[in-house]
Design a protein around this ligand. Structure first.
Ligand SMILES: CC(C)(COP(=O)(O)OP(=O)(O)OC[C@H]1O[C@@H](n2cnc3c(N)ncnc32)[C@H](O)[C@@H]1OP(=O)(O)O)[C@@H](O)C(=O)NCCC(=O)NCCS
Length: 322
């Protein structure tokens, strides 16, 4: 059985930036409150003529360029997103057409903020069992479209963006382990109240926008990051000291710091981009990884631990050699 490795990584952020100062003019909040409680300074927002597929396409092109992989070589496209362009077809199919990847299977996974890790797990299983030899995994969101800009408790937290990875088969790992989980009991803590079968009305009053119990989500997220990181490392008979870089989902700097502290992981080995991007859900991990690869921090051969947590709740982790 072969392994899967990340051959290329890419990301894309919309040009438009919304700073905390900008938000001060839109709602009763302050730059100081947002930075203190979340570490966020700014976020990128998709323009009216951009979409989840257009963001994802650009990230995919960059990852494919790094990997030296062309569209006709792709055997599988997986898109982690909870903000697809349309109900049907899947955003993965829209990106497939735009890439010119004619026949490969293409599917969306909605695991909210864990979407990229779920996608990595899915693609890894295809590659390991001979179902594919080259796969494109994208994490992409336009959360600004389901953000209630009149609710200061959520609006300051989210942003838009895309990250993508090209996986290819390899004789050596690559991806050493993935673990994914869910517990639907916590539906009410982080959700949109309507959507498709519960109603199509895309307004805050109808419940189409993100609603969250911030305190409860915060506590659960910190505890889960700790337990899942330990689960993945222990599964490989490894140690946290073996990890060169910890790339957590970028929800809140306080969650990241608390999780790193619990794990005994020094902040110098943690990739954090939440200050610049805010929470981009499924895009946040590949976006953070791409930045750290391109600025030279993450190098080929480094061991990475990724961990995500999101609505559902869903959570998942991956340990890999880049
Ligand atoms: C949302 C979050 C930043 C709020 O921080 P907190 O320290 O828990 O703050 P609280 O909710 O207790 O609110 C404290 C006060 O600030 C106010 N407040 C909330 N949002 C505010 C904002 N944007 N600006 C100014 N004040 C705000 C609240 O109304 C509250 O005021 P009150 O005491 O008069 O009622 C924090 O709970 C969090 O990050 N949760 C996790 C969210 C997350 O990451 N979700 C995604 C997971 S994938």
């Amino acid at each position: 059985m072969s392994y899967a490795r990340i051959a290329g990584i890419g990301s894309y952020l919309p040009e438009k930036v919304l700073t905390n100062k900008d938000l001060e003019g839109m709602m009763d909040t302050s730059d100081e409150w947002i930075r203190e409680r979340t570490g966020i300074k700014r976020r990128h927002i998709a323009a009216d003529d951009e979409s989840t597929s257009s963001l994802g396409l650009e990230a995919a092109r960059r990852a494919m360029e790094m990997a030296g992989v062309t569209a006709d070589e792709l055997d599988l496209i997986v898109v982690g997103t909870c903000t697809p362009d349309k109900v049907i077809p899947a955003t993965a199919c829209i990106i497939q057409r735009q890439l010119g990847a004619k026949r490969c299977p293409a599917v969306d996974i909605n695991a909210a903020c864990s979407g990229f890790i779920y996608g990595l797990d899915y693609a890894n299983r295809y590659l390991r069992t001979g179902g594919a030899s080259k796969a494109l995994v994208i994490g992409v969101e336009t959360l600004s479209r389901i953000t209630n800009w009149e609710d200061r408790t959520t609006a300051v937290l989210f942003g838009d963006g895309a990250g993508a990875a090209v996986l290819e088969t390899s004789d050596e790992p690559g991806i050493m382990a993935t673990h994914i989980h869910a517990n639907g009991e916590f539906e009410d803590l982080l959700q949109t109240q309507n959507g498709v079968s519960l109603g199509f009305d895309a307004s805050a009053a109808a419940g189409a926008f993100i609603e969250m119990n911030g305190n409860a989500v915060f506590k659960r997220a910190v505890a889960t990051f700790d337990s899942m990181a330990r689960e993945t490392v222990a599964d490989l008979d490894g140690h946290l000291e073996d990890i060169d870089w910890f790339i957590p989902h970028q929800a809140n700097m306080r969650i990241i710091t608390a999780a790193a502290k619990k794990l005994g992981m020094p902040m110098e080995r943690v990739i954090a981009t939440v200050d610049e991007h805010a929470n981009t859900s499924a895009a946040s991990i590949p976006l953070a990884m791409d930045l750290a690869v391109r600025d030279g921090r993450i190098k080929r051969g480094d061991t990475l631990l990724m961990a995500a947590f999101g609505a559902g709740f869903t959570w998942g982790s991956a340990m890999l050699k880049f």
